[in-house]
Write a protein that binds this ligand. Structure first.
Ligand SMILES: [Zn+2]
Length: 241
């Protein structure tokens, strides 16, 4: 795979140790065009960047070297890691996003993404559960890469995690409310095991975290409400490596 080197000035000058790289964060650019996205991610003014950006046709640009901290995650948390720029590789996919016309990700774009992820996972020994979306690590602020991102297909290639259930089995549990406090607490525990950071007492954050979880693992209904389908999925995922 050919990678075109670009330069973004938006990174920390100091090198980071190889063993600090633990997470891959996937984004969409959410802008009108590829040119505009590249310009923004390479502009001194914007103060944002990423390590890789992938065009719709699958072309890959490198903006920041892996051993430098790129500015893509912002205030964020996953498992024991906080403010993930220092612990992650950021990959942007060109897509207009929810604001300008969200579209499905293209085959060629995804096949380049899969190649890069595989390389990074092997090189830095990244755990499957640590391949995440921006919305997973910053549920209050972000919804990218969004519900059209094919997490299930990536998991088949050993990138990220997915549950083992068939859609018809799960559908029975959709919208069945969870009322018992114990069951809510169990669900929260499972979400935390997956990596989500929140407190069950912060109702706003909890609802947003459920939404992020749904956008990733149960895209058929994204309402921020806990139901049995979510609970069954979370229980299964919490046991994955
Ligand atoms: Zn993002």
């Amino acid at each position: 795979m050919k990678i075109v080197n670009y330069f973004s000035p938006n990174f920390n000058n100091r090198k980071r140790p190889v063993n600090s790289i633990k997470i891959i964060v996937i984004h969409y650019t959410g802008m009108q065009s590829e040119r505009e996205s590249l310009a923004r991610l390479c502009s001194y003014k914007s103060k944002v960047s990423c390590h890789f950006i992938i065009s719709k046709s699958g072309k890959v640009y490198r903006l920041v070297e892996d051993n430098k901290i790129a500015w893509h995650a912002g205030k964020s948390c996953w498992g024991k890691y906080k403010n993930l720029n220092k612990n992650s590789i950021g990959i942007e996919l060109i897509n207009k996003g929810h604001r300008f016309g969200y579209t499905s990700f293209k085959k060629k774009q995804l096949s380049s993404l899969i190649k890069i992820c595989k390389k990074l996972i092997n090189k830095y020994n990244i755990k499957k559960r640590n391949v995440v979306g921006h919305s997973d690590i910053a549920p209050l602020r972000k919804i990218d890469p969004g519900e059209k991102f094919p997490w299930k297909e990536l998991a088949k290639k050993k990138i990220g995690i997915w549950h083992q259930f068939k859609p018809n089995f799960l559908k029975k549990f959709r919208k069945i409310k969870i009322k018992k406090k114990q069951e809510k607490i169990k669900f929260a525990k499972n979400l935390k095991n997956i990596g989500y950071c929140f407190s069950i007492n912060d109702k706003h954050l909890f609802a947003k975290t459920i939404k992020a979880f749904q956008r990733h693992y149960r895209k058929e209904l994204i309402n921020g409400l806990l139901d049995k389908e979510c609970s069954v999925i979370a229980e299964n995922l919490s046991k994955k490596p």
